[in-house]
Write a protein that binds this ligand. Structure first.
Ligand code: FAD
Length: 381
C-alpha cells in the first residue's frame, strides 16, 4: 500500500478538517455518562449527521458517504485531532451496524440504520449477564416463541449507556435443549421502553450512571427484530466481537491525537532531567505510530478482500494496554493533583483502566492469540 494518500483523499481530509474546525464545540460537552451529557452528545450526533460526517463509510442511502476504509481512517484522524466529542452512538455504529450489514435483511437495514446514524435512536449492547461475561455462551436469558415473535425474560448487566439509551441488541437462549451452550441462541433487538423492561442504572466509581442492568419480564419482540436465523445467534455474535476488538472501536486517530497532547504536556510540564518519563512520552508517540501502521496494513488486507479474525485480539490487547500507559504518563507528568483537578486526563484515565476488561478480557484475548494465531496447545480451563 502506498502510504501517501491520493489527492482526492487529501481533499476529503481538508473538507473534514474545515468542517470540524467550524463546528466542534469550543467548550467540551458534559460527560456522556450523565443525562445532561447524553442529551448534548445526541445533539452533536445530529449535527454530524446533517453534514454527513456521522457514518462516512456507510452507503449514502443510510446517511453515509459511501467511502472506503482509507477515507474512514483519515476522517478519524481529523476527528480526534480536532478534539471532537466522544461518540455516544458508538455501540450502534461500531457493533450493531456491521452486524446488520453482514446478517440483516434489507428491510431491517432500511428501518434501523438511518435513525442510528442521526442519533435519534441510541443503542446499548445487552450481552453480559451476572454469571456470563467471559463465558458468554453460558448465558441464561431466554426468548420463548409466541405468536408473531418472542418473549424475552432474564437479566443482563454492564450495559454501557443503557441508562439513557433507546434500544438494545443481545443474544438469548431459544433452545434450552441444544446439545452445546453456544447452540440454540438467537440474536435480536428490543426496545428499552417496552412493557416488561426495567432499566436499573449502575454507578461508576465517580458516581456517573455509565452502565445499567436490565431486567426483562416477558418482553415482546416481533419476528422482524430477529437478526439472522433463530438458533444462529452465536455465529452472528462472533462477527460482532471481531468488530468490537478490531478496528472500529479504536481507530488509531484517537491515539495519535492523545500522543500529540501528551507531547504538549511534556513541553509545558516536563522536567528535562526526568529521562525515564521523557522516554515514556516518546514510547507513546512511537506506539501510536506503530498502531497506525499496523492498521494501514490491515486496511490493505481488507482492500484486497481479506478479513481479519483472531488478529482482532492482537489489536484489542494492544490498544487497551497502550491507553493505560499513555494516560499514566500524563498523570505522572501532572503530579499528585492530577487525579482530582484535571478532567482532561483523569476521566479518560479512569476509563482506560476498563479497557483490558470490556470487549472481552485480555486474558481471554491472549488465549485466542496463543491458540489460534500461534497454534499453541489449549490452556487448562
Ligand atoms: C467499561 C465496561 C463497559 C462494558 N460494557 C458492556 C456493554 O455495553 N454490554 C455488555 O453486554 N457488557 C459490557 N461490559 C461487560 C464486559 O463485557 C465483561 O465485564 C467482560 O466480558 C468480563 O466478564 P465478567 O465481568 O463476567 O468477568 P469474568 O468472566 O468473571 O472474568 C473474571 C476474570 O477471570 C478471567 N477469566 C475468566 N475466564 C477465563 C479463562 N477461561 N481463562 C483465563 N482467564 C479467565 C477474566 O479474564 C477476568 O480477569 C462492560 C464492562 C466494562 C468494564
Amino acid at each position: 500500500m502506498d502510504l501517501n494518500h491520493a489527492p482526492h483523499v487529501e481533499a476529503f481530509r481538508a473538507e473534514a478538517r474545515d468542517w470540524l474546525a467550524a463546528h466542534v464545540p469550543a467548550t467540551p460537552l458534559p460527560s456522556l455518562e450523565t443525562r445532561e451529557g447524553f442529551a448534548a452528545h445526541r445533539e452533536w450526533e445530529a449535527l454530524l449527521h446533517s453534514a454527513r460526517w456521522a457514518v462516512v463509510s456507510w452507503p449514502e442511502e443510510y446517511g453515509g458517504r459511501g467511502v472506503d476504509i482509507e477515507h474512514w481512517l483519515v476522517f478519524e484522524e481529523e476527528y480526534w485531532a480536532a478534539g471532537a466529542p466522544g461518540r455516544v452512538s458508538q455501540n450502534g455504529i461500531n457493533l450493531l451496524a456491521p452486524t446488520l450489514f453482514d446478517h440483516a435483511t434489507d428491510e431491517q437495514r432500511a428501518r434501523v440504520l438511518p435513525s442510528m446514524a442521526s442519533g435519534e435512536t441510541i443503542w446499548a449492547q445487552a450481552w453480559s449477564e451476572p454469571e456470563s461475561g467471559s463465558d458468554l455462551a453460558s448465558l441464561k436469558s431466554r426468548a420463548v416463541r409466541t405468536e408473531g415473535g418472542w418473549l424475552l425474560s432474564g437479566q443482563k448487566t454492564w450495559s454501557s449507556r443503557a441508562a439513557f439509551a433507546d434500544r438494545a441488541f443481545g443474544i438469548f437462549r431459544t433452545d434450552p435443549d441444544a446439545p452445546k451452550p453456544h447452540q440454540g441462541l438467537t440474536y435480536l433487538m428490543f426496545d428499552l421502553h417496552a412493557p416488561g423492561v426495567t432499566v436499573r442504572p449502575i454507578g461508576r466509581l465517580d458516581g456517573k450512571p455509565a452502565f445499567a442492568e436490565l431486567f426483562l419480564d416477558e418482553v415482546f419482540v416481533p419476528d422482524a427484530d430477529v437478526i439472522g436465523e433463530p438458533g444462529q445467534g452465536w455465529r452472528i455474535a462472533m462477527s460482532t466481537t471481531g468488530n468490537e476488538r478490531g478496528l472500529t472501536l479504536r481507530a488509531p486517530g484517537r491515539f495519535l491525537a492523545a500522543a500529540d497532547r501528551l507531547v504538549d504536556l511534556w513541553r509545558s510540564h516536563g522536567d528535562p532531567a526526568d529521562t525515564a518519563l521523557r522516554d515514556r512520552v516518546a514510547d507513546a508517540v512511537v506506539g501510536a505510530r506503530a498502531y497506525q501502521l499496523f492498521t494501514w496494513a490491515n486496511a490493505s488486507r481488507f482492500a484486497s478482500g481479506e478479513t481479519i479474525g483472531a488478529e482482532s485480539s492482537l489489536n484489542k490487547v494492544f490498544w487497551s494496554q497502550y491507553d493505560i500507559a499513555l494516560h499514566e504518563s500524563a498523570l505522572d507528568l501532572l503530579g499528585p493533583d492530577a487525579e482530582l483537578a484535571d478532567g482532561e486526563w483523569a476521566e479518560p484515565w479512569i476509563f482506560s483502566l476498563a479497557g483490558p476488561i470490556y470487549a472481552g478480557t485480555n486474558e481471554i484475548q491472549r488465549d485466542i492469540i496463543a491458540e489460534r494465531l500461534l497454534g499453541l496447545p489449549k490452556g487448562r480451563r
